[in-house]
Write a protein that binds this ligand. Structure first.
Ligand code: MG
Length: 180
């Protein structure tokens, strides 16, 4: 049975993860509007990942006989000043999410809820990647500056991102998509 304080904060995290999905979908639409199809694709992949993050917490609560209570998801912004600003904001957002995950880990530790360790460890590692990826693209966009050719080249690279259901997740959740 899940600890009540951990259940509460994980329910809140489901909303944060779904907001992340919503934010990246909005960024995808922004990139569509300026015809950067690669960046739009990259952000759609990112949004899909965030839905999985939400479902990981959802399934963890269900598996431990807790109660899933879904909260309200805020509307994300609709546009950004530049591709660079969007990726800088994505990176800032991921830094906030890292702090939220750290706080859940802290509460789980305080409550001696050791059954949450595996999933929280996975999220801790995932956040390293989330911050690094968004920062790398932001730094590349800084190098691009106002060079249109370089921007289109970077956009082609972003188009090559392939969304794959993370293999490590099966071990953690026993298959979210399969409804197990
Ligand atoms: Mg996430």
């Amino acid at each position: 049975m899940i600890n009540k304080n951990v259940e509460k904060i994980m329910n809140e995290q489901i909303v944060h993860e779904l907001y992340s999905a919503y934010l990246y979908l909005a960024m995808s639409a922004y990139f569509e509007s300026i015809n950067l199809k690669g960046a739009a694709h990259w952000m759609r992949c990112q949004a899909q990942e965030e839905e999985i993050h939400a479902m990981l917490f959802y399934k963890h609560i269900v598996d431990r006989m807790g109660k899933v209570v879904l909260g309200k998801i805020d509307a994300p912004p609709a546009s950004w000043k530049s591709p660079l600003e969007a990726f800088v904001e994505a990176n800032k957002h991921e830094q906030k999410v890292t702090a939220l995950i750290n706080n859940i880990a802290k509460i789980a530790m305080q409550e001696a809820d050791f059954a949450s360790n595996t999933i929280l460890q996975w999220f801790t590692n995932e956040q390293i990647e989330e911050e690094a990826q968004t920062d790398e693209i932001a730094q590349q966009l800084k190098l691009v500056g106002d060079n249109s050719s370089a921007l289109l080249l970077l956009d082609q690279k972003l188009l090559t991102r392939i969304f794959t259901y993370p293999a490590t997740l099966s071990a953690v959740v026993g298959g979210v998509a399969g409804g197990n």
